[in-house]
Design a binder for this molecule. Structure first.
Ligand code: GDP
Ligand code: IMO
Ligand code: MG
Length: 441
């Protein structure tokens, strides 16, 4: 039976948390399969407003199993904070499981994250500084510490040996002070005791759930354009497995044939945090202000990062990139978010191609990293200039809004099955459920 992956189709923050919160009603298991607490997923439902960095957005449904899969890197302090926060607000974490194979963010990782950025100077990526990148680096370098190690009998020895290596790196490469063993050991032993009840063989759990025919929802983090292989390298994140749809199977321990559908979440425009190219970016003026502050749309949803609080860069919807990410991920349906945030505009632009030299290009150009070479060609559509946050049926959207959605669908070549018109669980027009079944006419 099918597993479904929900991915971000742009540069992250498309509204994946909100989409997963809605669609988790149709699934038995909800799992995060990659990244770390560099991700920040906002959910607003009957329990209130939440920013989740590690716990899957299915946690609000008490009858569902939630897994932090083997592909995730876990900062134990951040995870425990999140569990405490949920518990204190009346959300049960009793059905949360943490993979034995997930890697652990150690105290040197955020330090190295910042030191690397400083060392890179003009080559800096603009990371979240959470230590996520260096933890994945250690995973690939085969010097990482996993949850199985953290809760195992040999943790003290492993920490000692790893720290000897890391202190060499900290002092010789970055010119930093060495770290002391004992305080780290004590602190991480405490974390281990608190996390132990959640630790499980999640690979077997997922495989058995799949064999029983249970519906599994795989919650992506980041966005495809931040992917190490197919994104705007080097301005990308470093998850292994990547946050792309193909990583979903690896990050939970299933085969690729378990995945039957891929839902791509796309904002009705675009945002990006951190450095790197963004061809349709608006860098000044009223349009930038209106997009960033979400004027005309649902209140309280201005474009500032959930993890770092940084102002997000904003720009018009880029259909060249959207088509590319839909194709490279086998997207079967699109969830288009924040349509309400465009309500104040008299007219709205969509990028339909790039001009590079004297050529018109409609595929991802290799030179995208050099934005000056890719000049967007825009199509301008009329705006609707009325509030849409209350709309729940396609037919009730203003005609101009329907035309805008239809044009994006045409350009991407993928059906749009969910249109989100506000940040709350039910502020959406949903025509098909996550498994493709029609749920509204
Ligand atoms: P994620 O990382 O993909 O889960 O997205 P984030 O939570 O980082 O960012 C999405 C932001 O948009 C959050 O502030 C959400 O509350 C908000 N949001 C999601 N869907 C909608 C929508 O349809 N309309 C508006 N106005 N805000 C939305
Ligand atoms: P969600 O899941 C937006 C960006 C960072 C930076 C780059 C590398 O909320 O969509 P990293 O700390 O990962 O080494 O930083 O990737 N980035 C995100 N941007 N949303 C995210 O996650 C992101 N996770 C990483 O801003 O540009
Ligand atoms: Mg986010």
């Amino acid at each position: 039976m099918p597993a479904v992956v929900v991915i971000g189709g742009q540069w992250g923050d498309e509204g994946k948390g909100r989409v997963v919160d809605f669609h988790s009603q149709y699934c038995s298991v909800i799992a995060r399969y990659s990244a770390g607490n560099n991700a920040g997923h906002t959910i607003i439902n009957e329990h209130g407003k939440f920013a989740l960095h590690l716990v899957p957005a299915g946690i609000f449904r008490p009858d569902k199993a939630c897994i932090i899969g083997n592909g995730v890197v876990i900062d134990p302090a951040k995870l425990l904070e999140e569990i405490d926060m949920l518990t204190s607000r009346g959300v049960s974490t009793a059905r949360l499981m943490i993979s034995l194979h997930a890697h652990v963010i150690m105290p040197w990782h955020p330090i190295i994250d910042r030191a690397e950025e400083a060392l890179k100077g003009d080559l800096a990526i603009g990371t979240t500084g959470t230590g996520t990148g260096p933890a994945f680096h250690d995973k690939v370098a085969r010097i990482g510490i996993r949850i199985a190690d953290l809760v195992g009998d040999n943790f003290g020895w492993q920490l000692q040996k790893t720290l000897e290596y890391k202190n060499h790196v900290l002092t010789s490469l970055y010119g930093l002070e060495p770290m002391e063993y004992e305080p780290i050991f004590q602190q991480y032993r405490d974390y281990a005791e608190r996390l132990r009840p959640f630790v499980a063989d999640t690979i077997t759990y997922a495989q058995e759930a799949d064999a029983r025919g249970e519906m599994i929802l795989l919650e992506g983090a980041q966005g495809v354009l931040l992917d190490l292989d197919t994104g705007t390298y080097p301005y990308v994140t470093s998850s292994v497995p990547a946050s792309v749809a193909a990583g979903g199977a690896i990050g939970i321990g299933l085969g690729p044939t378990a995945i039957s559908r891929v839902v791509g979440v796309y904002k009705s425009y675009q945002t990006r945090v951190g450095n790197g190219p963004m061809p349709t970016e608006i860098t000044s003026g009223d349009d930038m202000e209106m997009l960033r502050e979400g004027l005309g749309g649902a209140a309280g949803t201005a474009e500032y990062g959930v993890t770092t609080g940084r102002a997000r860069r904003v720009g018009w919807f880029d259909s060249v990139l959207a088509k590319y990410t839909a194709r490279s991920n086998g997207v079967t349906s699109v969830a288009l978010t924040r349509l309400d945030s465009l309500s104040a505009f008299e007219s709205i632009k969509i990028c339909v191609a790039y001009e590079i030299g004297d050529q018109r290009v409609t595929t991802l150009p290799p030179s995208l990293v050099d934005t000056s070479k890719a000049k967007p060609i825009f199509e301008e559509l009329p705006g609707w200039q009325e509030d849409v946050t209350h709309v729940r049926h396609l037919g009730d959207l203003p005609i101009a809004a329907r035309q805008y959605v239809r044009r994006i669908q045409e350009l991407m070549g993928v059906p749009i099955d969910m249109i989100s018109v506000g940040p709350e669980r039910h502020q959406a027009i949903v025509t098909r459920d996550i498994f493709g079944a029609s749920i509204q006419t």
